[in-house]
Design a protein around this ligand. Structure first.
Ligand code: SAM
Length: 226
């Protein structure tokens, strides 16, 4: 579960990779693979429903692919916070979204500059597979979500297509059972699993996409009656 690469090497790699040509290519690869359009099948009232969520986080927002749909389907007054470790990816997201309802920040998923419990919902798409240890990112996401708040987590699955993506994007892959365990350890309850389409579900492709819920703190035990 913990990769051998150190966090220092990892941060250097991510910034170099996504600030450089690989990051510039994400909009092209997103169109070629259909991910640009498929994102809209996940963030909508029938799938990951963000209506009623006042503050929404896009963690590792990249070029803003998911924020675009968050803005489209959230209530008109909802605010989106989008952050990324790569300044150039953030610049791409800024150009694409151009909305006064989005705040952008260069930030690291493993050390978030936000107070506890401020977000009602979050999306974290294809970021976790880059971390040397997923627990650091998942714990931070759980911390900044309010109790009961929801997270749409998308990550590369350990199957034939996932391993190819891992090679291409220099990231690891996850088995569903190990990801479920580690989410539980970090206070995130596994909920509904989603797929881009029925075909993706039938073929078992498209990655692990799951709605998680930040655990509610246990109800205070009642004092025994005198
Ligand atoms: C494959 S891209 C996905 C971008 C976007 N979420 C999407 O689905 O289109 C991975 C993104 O995660 C960012 N990233 C990786 N590690 C990060 C970290 N620790 N904190 C913030 N962003 C990170 C990268 O800079 C990159 O923009």
């Amino acid at each position: 579960m913990t990769a051998s690469r150190s966090f220092l090497d990892y941060r250097r790699f991510i910034q170099g990779h996504y600030d450089g040509p690989a990051g510039a290519l994400t909009s092209v690869t997103g169109l070629l693979t259909g991910h640009e359009a498929l994102a809209g099948r996940l963030i909508r009232p029938e799938a990951f429903d963000v209506r009623g969520c006042g503050r929404i986080l896009d963690a590792g927002c990249g070029n803003g692919r998911y924020s675009r749909f968050l803005l489209k389907h959230a209530d008109p007054g909802a605010l989106v916070t989008a952050f990324d470790l790569s300044p150039n990816m953030l610049q791409r997201a800024r150009r694409r979204l151009a909305s006064d309802r989005v705040t952008f920040a260069v930030a690291d998923l493993t050390r978030l500059p936000y107070p506890d419990g401020v977000f009602d919902a979050a999306v974290c798409g294809w970021v976790l597979e880059h971390l040397p240890d997923p627990r650091l990112g998942l714990r931070e996401l759980a911390r900044v979500l309010r109790p009961g708040g929801k997270l749409l987590l998308l990550t590369t699955e350990d199957n034939f297509t996932g391993r190819w993506c891992g090679r291409l994007w220099h990231c690891r892959t996850y088995r569903r059972d190990e990801l479920q365990n580690v989410c539980g350890e970090c206070g995130l309850r596994w909920g509904r699993e989603l797929f881009f389409s029925r075909l993706h579900a039938r073929l078992g492709i498209g990655g692990i996409i799951v709605e998680l819920h930040r655990e509610e703190p246990p109800a205070a035990s009642q004092a025994p009656a005198p």
